[in-house]
Write a new protein. Structure first.
Length: 307
């Protein structure tokens, strides 16, 4: 049995395949409890939900707590699968049917959900990024203003945002340094040249799999693994795709710092450039090497050591 669940704000459309059963429950505590009981009765091989901006989190957590195998997948995968199977019509019921079909045909891996501490750190880091974006936006607006009165209003907003940023940084520091496992992992990560506390904490929040996968899996999960584009005698240009953009952005900044400060990773960059590789290709290669190093350091629990 494979189950597809279309998650909306107030309801859950469920389809069980191959039984063909469809039903709807409310997206609240009672509805999720009822859903867990009904699914446990049929012992599904896999339950698949789309990532829908956070609405799926409570549902996935409730089903996983009931012992059900749950996978949360990227909505783009479901849309591409629907097009490939000529399912162009779209309703909540049809979406649940397509998700169940996807679960049976693709059988995506079950992934452990983040625990409350992991979700808290993720939310704190996300809020920190939002505050920085707002501070930059207000700073840009300020440069275009000349009237003293309007400048004062922007300055008040900037002061509030900066105060909130300091508070968030304090909360993040308490969360990381107050958790022995995270404190150890952060100390290992910042031992690598080019990795500071902010990037290390981004990796802890956004990539809990670091140190638990092999180098190919971690590169693909990050989005720095090049994919082949070959057909017949044609050999297309390799390109990266997918992955976690927040992690990729953090690695990108780390590589730039390494290049500008002539840290060890800069040697790889300049060697690739000297061999004729474009700058972007060389940077992505350095990002892939960096995440491989970080993965090995957390896996082996050994800090960076200069060769």
């Amino acid at each position: 049995m494979f189950v597809g669940i279309d998650v909306a704000k107030d309801r859950l459309d469920v389809h069980v395949r191959p039984a063909g059963e469809s039903f709807v429950v409310a997206r609240d505590g009672e509805g999720i409890e009822e859903l867990a009981k009904r699914l446990n009765a049929v012992t599904p091989t896999l339950v698949v939900l789309e990532a829908t901006g956070g609405f799926e989190t409570v549902v996935a957590a409730g089903l996983a707590a009931a012992g059900l195998p749950v996978a949360v997948v990227n909505p783009r995968q479901i849309r591409d699968f629907a097009r490939a199977t000529a399912r162009l019509a779209k309703t909540d019921t049809l979406d649940a049917t397509v998700i169940a079909h996807f679960a049976e045909a693709v059988n995506p891996p079950v992934r452990l959900l983040a625990d409350p501490q992991q979700r808290l750190l993720g939310e704190l880091m996300a809020r920190r990024r939002q505050l920085i974006e707002m501070i930059v936006a207000e700073g840009n607006r300020r440069r275009l203003l000349t009237a003293r009165r309007t400048l004062k209003t922007v300055d008040r907003v900037l002061a509030t945002l900066k105060a909130q940023l300091e508070e968030i940084d304090h909360d993040i520091d308490i969360a990381v340094r107050g958790t022995p496992a995270w404190r150890e992992a952060e100390d290992l990560l910042i031992s690598v040249p080019g990795i500071g506390h902010k990037i290390a904490r981004t990796l802890l929040a956004e990539m809990p799999e670091l140190g638990r996968l092999d180098r190919r899996q971690i590169a693909a999960l990050t989005g720095v693994a090049p994919f082949n584009r070959d057909s017949g005698t044609l050999r297309g240009r390799r390109a990266i795709a997918g992955g976690r953009i927040v992690v990729r952005s953090a690695l990108y900044m780390s590589v730039l710092v390494s290049i500008r400060r002539k840290l060890p990773l800069a040697q790889t960059y300049h060697r690739l450039r000297a061999s004729g590789k474009p700058a972007k290709v060389a940077i992505v290669a350095c990002m892939r090497k960096l995440v491989t190093i970080l993965n090995a350091i957390l896996r082996d629990k050994k800090p960076w050591a200069t060769a």
